[in-house]
Design a binder for this molecule. Structure first.
Ligand SMILES: Cc1cc2nc3c(=O)[nH]c(=O)nc-3n(C[C@H](O)[C@H](O)[C@H](O)COP(=O)(O)OP(=O)(O)OC[C@H]3O[C@@H](n4cnc5c(N)ncnc54)[C@H](O)[C@@H]3O)c2cc1C
Length: 377
């Protein structure tokens, strides 16, 4: 009898899972639920925020992709998972499943400073990037009139903050003052000394001011307040303070860790074996993975295989992380590629990052492109 596989969230992990399940199980029913109509290629949002790429190169229409592949798509928000009833509740309906994949990603983390959400820009969706672009343009225009360069403050010196600051610097070319505020003693926490040093060097060359040990405790429109009592005023403040777990994780009735991430085993199964979780919403307690697009896609592929294996009564596979290179851009001309222990700096990583984006978008969008065959043997 045909089974129903439901996938909640169609970002990097969910989309990969859905297409691979369709490839492996042509006869079974696949239903994807996502609150958004479009897939967003988040690693290129900083380029969109600076007007270096067009919207169409970072978004894809999910409905079109799924229609082409005979997958049912509901553009709805899932509000609850009922593991014991095998159903997902959206604002519109109840959807029953035999197998479920949760791939809802993460949310912007304001660390309980709720005011910041109202007053600061963020970079998670296409609309966020467009808001940043329009406002930078306006502020630069105003500054010409008053002969006073605007202050742009980026709160958070992690990967998103650094990539965005560098790209903005390339865009405004000295017509604005750009500052990164980082709570810890160095930017890009978790990366090697060499990567941090190179990133700092490039940012400084571009005129970006890096302020470490600058913990933000509150803020309001046009102002950031630091732990040491200092107040920093800026015309554009962008929050890049990290991600937190999706609220649905708490309502899923599954085991979660102290950060609210859904715990999965080596097969990416949750505490309910017929429910899987992938990407940024999950935590693989046997083999923790970084929250990256590559990792989410790889997990999506594996889950597709494991659901197939379950249905066909063959052996499931253990998640073994791939050795994908990690690509970081620090502006338009400088980047870093980290692969295992090797490091490549300069323009090549930028070219590769662009290539990876173009290939991903083409492959998933092009009407003649056949479904990707699952490589896991
Ligand atoms: C600005 C930025 C830059 C980044 N740069 C890089 C980079 O250079 N390299 C890299 O590898 N990674 C990068 N990342 C991280 C990468 O984008 C994530 O790790 C990846 O998107 C995770 O994939 P996912 O499938 O888990 O979640 P997502 O891709 O976030 O997808 C989650 C999906 O779930 C949907 N959803 C959420 N809740 C619900 C609900 N309740 N009901 C229905 N649908 C729901 C959302 O609409 C979304 O479509 C970046 C992220 C950002 C924000």
């Amino acid at each position: 009898m045909a089974k129903t596989v439901v996938i909640v969230g169609s970002g990097f992990g969910g989309l990969e899972a859905a297409l691979n399940i369709r490839d492996l199980l042509p006869e079974d029913e696949i239903i994807v639920i996502d609150k958004k109509q479009q897939f967003t290629y988040q690693p290129a949002l900083h380029s969109l925020a600076c007007g270096f790429v067009k919207k169409k190169s970072v978004v894809m229409n999910l409905e079109k992709i799924f229609r082409k592949n005979n997958i049912k798509f509901y553009q709805e928000e899932a509000v609850e998972v009922k593991p014991l009833e095998n159903s997902v509740i959206t604002k519109m309906r109840k959807i029953n499943f035999d197998y479920l994949v949760l791939s809802t990603g993460g949310m912007v983390n304001y660390h309980d400073m709720t005011d910041l959400e109202e007053h600061y820009f963020k970079l998670k969706r296409v609309l966020d990037a467009e808001n940043i672009r329009v406002n930078i343009k306006e502020e630069i225009k105003k500054a010409k009139h008053y002969n006073n360069p605007p202050n742009i403050v980026i709160c958070g010196g992690g990967l998103t903050g650094v990539e965005l600051a560098a790209e903005i610097a390339d865009k405004v070319k000295g017509k604005a003052k750009i500052t990164i505020l980082q709570s810890g003693p160095k930017i890009m926490n978790g990366f090697s000394k060499e990567v941090v040093k190179y990133s700092e060097l490039v940012l400084k060359k571009k005129g970006v001011d890096i302020r470490t040990n600058s913990t933000i405790v509150s803020g309001k429109k046009g102002m950031v307040c630091l732990k040491n009592g200092e107040e920093i005023y800026a015309s554009i403040i962008i929050w890049c303070g990290g991600v937190k777990s999706n609220p649905l994780n708490y309502k899923a009735g599954l085991g979660i860790n102290d950060k609210g991430l859904i715990m999965v085993n080596e097969f990416l199964q949750t505490t309910q074996p017929h429910i899987y979780a992938v990407g940024d919403c999950s935590y693989n307690y046997k083999n923790p993975q970084p929250a990256t697009a590559q990792s989410a896609m790889h997990q999506g592929e594996l889950v597709a295989y494991n659901i197939y294996a379950e249905i066909k009564s063959v052996e499931k596979k253990v998640f073994i992380p791939g050795d994908h290179p990690y690509l970081i851009s620090i502006g338009r001309m400088h980047g870093v590629m980290i692969k295992k222990k090797s490091l490549k700096k300069g323009f090549i990583p930028i070219l590769l990052k662009k290539f990876v984006q173009k290939e991903y978008m083409f492959k998933h969008r092009h009407w003649m492109w056949p479904l990707k065959k699952v490589k896991l043997k």
